[in-house]
Write a protein that binds this ligand. Structure first.
Ligand SMILES: [Zn+2]
Length: 399
């Protein structure tokens, strides 16, 4: 993979519309002018770059992708093969500062900016969570793939988002500073809103959602507006599984008492006061903070392994959240003889997962169905209407 900072690039990659509205596909690789690339120092390092220097953002973006891949290739047990490998040898990580989003697609990982109401522009190149989330999509495309057009359940899209959020969460938990900060803030009471339960530091960005949420499938039985909302019950269930495995691990290490664990479970779904629980965690953490770190790292790796094995075990055709739950339970049976079956089963069930199925997407307006920006591939060109000579001329002259 490589990073570029194109100069004069008008649109993001993927599906776009020409001046008269005809859709067209825009794929790498960028062949226009670009800013000078970041270069390594004599030791092969980029850490001499400071935020005020050109190339810093490019190096930072590359580092975020590489770090996330390092973490997840370790769980996968093999290097990731790009799903577009037959066409492009390398991933183009492309920086498009005037675009208000980030995306991973056929041959590209494209990174825009957050535009704040007060006029500030916050580049996503500096947002680890956003970039790691996009790498999550890369992992799904590579390992799971996409469903056949006639075999896609709504939850496939929700799964893409939930799994990618988990990729980001687990990757972030590989920074010792994140683990330390989370534990300092919460004293191990993970249900407090904190760094790992909240994605992306930037307020208002559409990828912001909390893993620590209480949404269930009830809300989506009639249908859903967007896949990010639909992802929340699944992300929430996985976050709760992580928290419960962590608490179980604290209990086994004798770091918290069974009463505290019980209280934690009551607080989780609003059945008890949280102040008492926090006091208990504060005391336990003060006694052995190192033990808490080990327990959290263990829980992180259990969830990382289970998610990976679940991904290998799933089929994209007719995938729904119930399959995810079933597969994860089977993984747990295989790995540990069902040690966490109670935790896994309970948390999916509470969300209505495996019981309720998502309804169809509510379409805002029925436009001609186009492949989505992210899933679009070169062969989709054949499905698009031809552009008139006039329109392609306009596109070329004045995009
Ligand atoms: Zn996403």
């Amino acid at each position: 993979m490589f990073v570029i900072e194109p100069v004069g690039k008008k649109w993001p990659y993927g599906m776009n519309r020409a001046p008269l509205g005809t859709p067209f596909i825009y794929l790498p690789q960028w062949s226009g002018p670009q800013l000078a690339p970041a270069v390594q120092d004599e030791n092969g390092d980029f850490d001499y770059l400071t935020p005020d220097m050109p190339g810093f953002e490019a190096a930072h973006a590359f580092g975020c992708v590489r770090f996330t891949l390092d973490v997840w290739e370790n769980y996968l047990g093999q290097p990731l093969e790009w799903h577009f490998g037959e066409r492009f040898e390398k991933l183009e990580i492309s920086i498009l500062p005037h675009w208000d989003n980030a995306q991973y697609g056929y041959g590209f990982l494209e990174i825009g900016s957050q535009f704040e109401p007060d006029g500030r522009v916050l580049p996503f190149t500096l947002d680890f969570d956003v970039i790691a989330h996009e790498v999550g999509h890369a992992i799904i495309y590579s390992v799971l793939g996409v469903p056949r057009a006639d075999a896609e359940f709504p939850e496939y899209e929700g799964f893409q988002e939930a799994f990618s959020d988990c990729v980001s969460l687990i990757a972030a938990m590989h920074f010792p500073s994140v683990i330390d900060q989370v534990l300092e803030e919460t004293r191990g009471n993970l249900y407090l809103s904190n760094r790992i339960a909240r994605f992306s530091e930037f307020p208002g960005q559409r990828q912001i959602r909390t893993a620590n949420n209480t949404r269930t499938m009830d809300e989506f039985a009639d249908g859903f507006k967007n896949e990010h909302d639909l992802s929340e019950p699944l992300t929430g269930a996985i976050f709760d599984i992580l928290a419960d495995i962590f608490h179980e691990s604290l209990l086994e290490r004798g770091l918290i008492s069974p009463e505290v664990e019980e209280l934690a479970e009551m607080v989780e779904f609003g059945g008890a006061e949280s102040a008492e629980l926090q006091d208990a965690f504060d005391r336990a953490y003060a006694d052995d903070s190192g033990g808490f770190v080990e327990a959290l790292v263990d829980a992180r790796d259990v969830v990382g392994v289970y998610l990976t094995e679940t991904l290998f075990g799933l089929d994209p055709d007719f995938l729904d959240y119930g399959d995810v739950a079933e597969t994860m339970l089977a993984v747990d049976g295989r790995e540990t003889g069902g040690r966490f079956a109670g935790i896994i089963g309970r948390n999916f069930e509470r969300r209505g997962i495996g019981i309720l199925h998502a309804g169809p997407r509510f379409e805002a307006k029925r436009r001609d169905r186009l492949p989505s920006r992210r899933t679009v591939q070169p062969r989709d060109r054949l499905r698009l209407p031809r552009m008139s000579y006039r329109e392609s001329y306009m596109l070329l002259r004045n995009p």
